[in-house]
Design a protein. Structure first.
Lengths: 353, 570
């Protein structure tokens, strides 16, 4: 079985990545190794899992022109192609049986129709809003951790939307160094109009900080399009965004973390961040209404009602350090045992069979 | 630091009896002496003295001054010009000769030398009236940010001015008329009034706005002018590193504190163990250690005074003790339990003479304790929350708008009402409050710094915290929580305030009020108090309720004169 994963990464991440790649030496082999080492999108990184299962597996970060040109230089006989032409040539070159598209919005059906050999299974992944103009008709499956999207997906041509979850690359997590605990409560993610609930919690936690007698440190690693529009209370704790390995190390260095999914997911909280935090062993706070069934049991997370309850609970547990850490360790064990990317790869094969 | 009053009657002769009454209505502001100047019968200047600098009779006010040119003047003055030592040297170089060791004389010389342009040379807080006797013009001025108060009225072709509103009730024929047009604004946000309008609760009595002057010319013309605008005194520091900005801030703050230590009487401080008062006290200790021989700098014992609320969420005793211990500050803890009798609350309303959504008894009692300890000057951390973004309600503001919001709060919003409260509560006990955070150099610099210097790097007041590293106790420098200096309203409404609530809500002022009518269930309010059911989460309701009680009590006190004894008690 040949597996090819098409990935798009945040531009903010790619700028730093490209700089480091230049320092290491701009070869396709280095580029692939560095992507993996960085661990960006680790919970979705199935190509490594497929390799571990004995399959031929590759991945392409199609929105990084720099590494795409490196591929072109090393693997293609012609030059000055467009981004899409390079990608189509890569698909032809790797000739996958399963094509797993992590960005079915940029690479929707109009792109897929341009693939010459169309005998492979094509899967898309989407857990965010979908513009009504997007056409999913060329996909065999659309995977998502947000079942609420299935109706819309079907209406836009996806015949078989399927519930699917990100996972944890166990070997990658084992490669992370041990770090000292620093901040009390950390968060990493987007701040913007799709995350009103999250934005509010970030602010309310900052307000709680001024109300509580006990000191605690908040650390928000935020990506946003306009830092000047951040509420002062959020800005106060804002740090530059971190990605992949750095983000995982950051979580590992926190005494607690929390997850508030995108508003559209409503109560469904089974997103990538759940696994990233869980895998670090850092105690994870989730809202009382968040649905995490099938991912964690109640004794593997800590529930909260609002910012006040969050902080009161945290401060109480901080005094009982073992009780706090136990939650995190249980979640980590669960991630490693039940939510590995190898398990996810096996589930994917089962769906495709 | 004192109380000033004056009457100008250009067409006749000032009524001396009236001037005496007007001046002595401010006795609480100046218990150490009094003075009247009426050499020119058209001008009557009054003064109540709180002696701080040059305790001899030489320091008495009103003070006559003759410039090297022979020009004569007289000044009545409330405040402190902290840089008078440096100004005096400059003026001596220009030929001025001084008979006293006061800042008053330096101020008079400064005005004689440079006229109103001289105001820009002053670093301090003040309200004064300066009569240029050669021109027969009277210059009234208020400091840049309105730390010191000044009110005026024009009635029957006479011009009156005084440090406090209540003094006007001593005037012959003064009509105690409520400025009804202002009441709805007070009810909706009483803290927004002080800095945003020159109108007062007395119809036809006005305040001179901060950073403004009035010139009363010989022919009776009145010219009002703004002489200070903070915005025009800011610079762009965005190219300067955050580290360097913190260093500039530190230097300015230490110097602002240093010049505020100039005193011939004992100095202390209000101390809560919060970042502001601890920063001030730490700097004072630093200056006392390193600058022992500085001219006129107070070198005696220095103590802090804390308002303690044992068992209440407002209590900061643990922080104050920790900080005081580390900086070796002698700490006096004052409890106000039992201080909220109906009489004392009404007295506090008389002292405050305005509407405020809180009861300032802890503030007033703390200054009373300071004075009872023989201390006349308190160097405090007021102004920092508005200058540097210390309150939780600044947190939702987009960071890009923070500086503008703070600028408004500092100049027109919250701060002016807080400055008024601190002036009234301290002066009621004859204590002068000095505030390093209100130094105009520091204020201009702070508003020149980016928003992130206010709320950033994980903290509120981030530039202050960065600048105080190594100077103040680390546990306080990195203390994040913010406990306001207020009365424990829920506890008070459940207990001490019940008689006052009963009294106020039974009056016709409350019952027949045209503003909120019968929209409040008085029975429910009293029942909740009797059953001790007010809780911490009722704070917003209680603040609003107190504002209404305060308003009615103000009307009873100042319009209806129901409690004439209040002015005679301390």
């Amino acid at each position: 079985m040949k597996f090819l994963q098409l990935i798009s990464n945040y531009e903010g991440y790619l700028i730093g990545y490209n700089e480091r790649l230049r320092e290491r030496g701009a070869t396709w082999e280095h580029a692939q190794a560095l992507y993996y080492e960085d661990g960006f999108l680790m919970p979705h990184f199935l190509s490594t899992a497929f390799r571990a299962l004995g399959h031929e597996a590759n991945f392409v970060v199609f929105n990084n022109n720099y590494t795409q040109q490196i591929w072109e230089l090393e693997y293609s006989s012609s030059r000055t192609k467009t981004t899409n032409e390079i990608l189509l040539e890569q698909i032809a070159y790797y000739d996958p049986d399963i094509l797993y598209v992590m960005d079915p919005i940029t690479l929707d059906s109009s792109f897929l129709r341009a693939i010459k050999r169309r005998s492979m299974i094509i899967i898309g992944w989407r857990a965010a809003p979908i513009h009504p103009s997007i056409d999913f008709s060329e996909f065999d499956f659309i995977f998502s951790s947000v079942p609420d999207l299935f109706t819309q997906m079907r209406a836009q041509g996806a015949e078989q939307p399927r519930f699917f979850l990100p996972g944890v690359d166990v070997e990658f997590m084992k490669s992370l160094p041990t770090v000292e605990k620093q901040a009390d409560i950390s968060f990493s993610g987007q701040y913007g109009p799709l995350h009103v609930r999250r934005n509010m919690l970030l602010l309310n936690l900052a307000q709680q900080q001024l109300k509580q007698r006990d000191n605690f440190e908040l650390a928000y690693y935020l990506a946003t399009s306009d830092y000047g529009a951040l509420p002062a209370g959020v800005f106060a704790h804002c740090r530059p965004p971190v990605w992949g390995r750095n983000m995982l190390s950051m979580y590992a260095s926190s005494r607690a973390a929390f997850h508030i999914p995108i508003d559209m997911a409503e109560a469904n909280a089974t997103a990538m961040r759940l696994f990233e935090v869980g895998a670090t062993g850092t105690p994870l706070f989730v809202h009382r209404s968040a649905e995490i069934q099938g991912v964690f049991s109640e004794d593997e997370v800590i529930r909260f009602d609002d910012a006040n309850d969050f902080i009161q609970t945290y401060l109480k547990l901080r005094c009982e350090r073992d009780a706090l850490e136990e939650r995190g360790l249980r979640a980590m064990k669960r991630c490693m045992n039940d939510h590995s990317t190898i398990n996810r790869a096996l589930q994917l094969l089962e769906i495709c069979r | 630091m004192c109380g000033i009053a004056g009457i100008v009657d250009l067409s006749r002769v000032v009524d001396l009896d009236e001037l005496n009454r007007f001046t002595d209505a401010l006795q609480h502001r100046g218990p150490d002496g009094r003075g009247i100047w009426n050499t020119d019968p058209r001008f009557g200047l009054g003064h109540r003295r709180l002696s701080i600098l040059d305790l001899s009779d030489n320091g008495a006010c009103p003070l006559e001054y003759e410039a090297p040119s022979g020009a004569k003047s007289v000044i009545t003055y409330n405040g402190e010009v902290y840089n008078f030592v440096e100004l005096k040297k400059e003026l001596e170089g220009l030929g001025h000769r001084f008979k006293t060791a006061t800042d008053t004389e330096v101020l008079a010389a400064c005005l004689a030398q440079w006229g109103k342009q001289g105001l820009n040379k002053l670093n301090g807080m003040w309200a004064f009236a300066f009569l240029d006797r050669s021109q027969n013009t009277l210059l009234l001025s208020r400091d840049r940010f309105g730390v010191k108060p000044l009110y005026y009225a024009i009635q029957n072709n006479k011009f009156y001015f005084a440090s406090e509103l209540k003094a006007f009730t001593a005037l012959k024929g003064f009509t105690r008329e409520l400025n009804e047009a202002l009441v709805p604004s007070y009810i909706s946000n009483s803290q927004a009034i002080e800095g945003s309008t020159e109108h007062t609760l007395f119809k036809d009595v006005y305040k001179l706005m901060p950073g403004h002057i009035i010139v009363l010319t010989a022919n009776g013309q009145i010219v009002k002018e703004r002489w200070w605008n903070t915005r025009e005194n800011t610079r762009d520091y965005s190219q300067v590193s955050a580290l360097e900005r913190a260093s500039i801030f530190r230097d300015l703050f230490i110097d602002a504190t240093r010049i505020r230590m100039r005193s011939d009487v004992p100095v202390g401080c209000s101390f809560s163990g919060g970042i502001d008062s601890t920063a001030v006290a730490s700097c004072i200790k630093l200056i006392q250690r390193n600058n022992a021989s500085a001219e006129r700098t107070y070198q005696g014992p220095f103590s802090g005074f804390l308002s303690a609320f044992p068992g209440d969420p407002l209590d900061e005793t643990e922080f104050a003790r920790l900080a005081a211990d580390e900086i070796q500050l002698e700490l006096t803890e004052n409890q106000t339990k039992g201080a909220y009798t109906t009489e004392s609350v009404l007295k506090n309303i008389w002292v405050m003479e305005d509407i405020y959504p809180g009861i300032a008894i802890p503030v007033a009692e703390n200054y009373r304790a300071i004075r009872d300890a023989g201390i006349k000057v308190s160097i405090d951390g007021h102004g920092s929350d508005e200058l540097l973004g210390g309150y939780a309600f600044y947190l939702p503001i987009p960071i890009g708008n923070l500086n503008n919001t703070l600028y408004h709060q500092f100049h027109q919003g919250l701060l002016p009402s807080i400055l008024r409260n601190y002036d009234r509560c301290s002066m009621a006990s004859g204590v002068e409050v000095r505030m390093p955070f209100m130094d105009f150099r520091l204020v201009s610099f702070a508003f020149s710094c980016p928003d992130s210097d206010k709320i950033g790097n994980g903290y509120t007041k981030s530039i202050l915290r960065a600048s105080m590293a190594g100077i103040m106790p680390e546990a306080i420098r990195t203390r994040r929580n913010k406990i306001g200096f207020n009365s424990p309203l829920p506890a008070l409404f459940n207990d001490d305030l019940l008689p006052l609530l009963g009294l106020i809500t039974s009056t016709s002022i409350w019952k027949e009020n045209p503003w909120w009518g019968n929209s409040l269930e008085v029975g429910e309010i009293l029942k909740k108090a009797r059953t001790r059911s007010w809780v911490e989460s009722d704070w917003p309701t209680l603040l609003q309720l107190w504002t209404l009680v305060n308003l009615c009590a103000w009307i009873l006190t100042f319009i209806e004169n129901k409690f004439p004894q209040l002015g005679n008690t301390r």
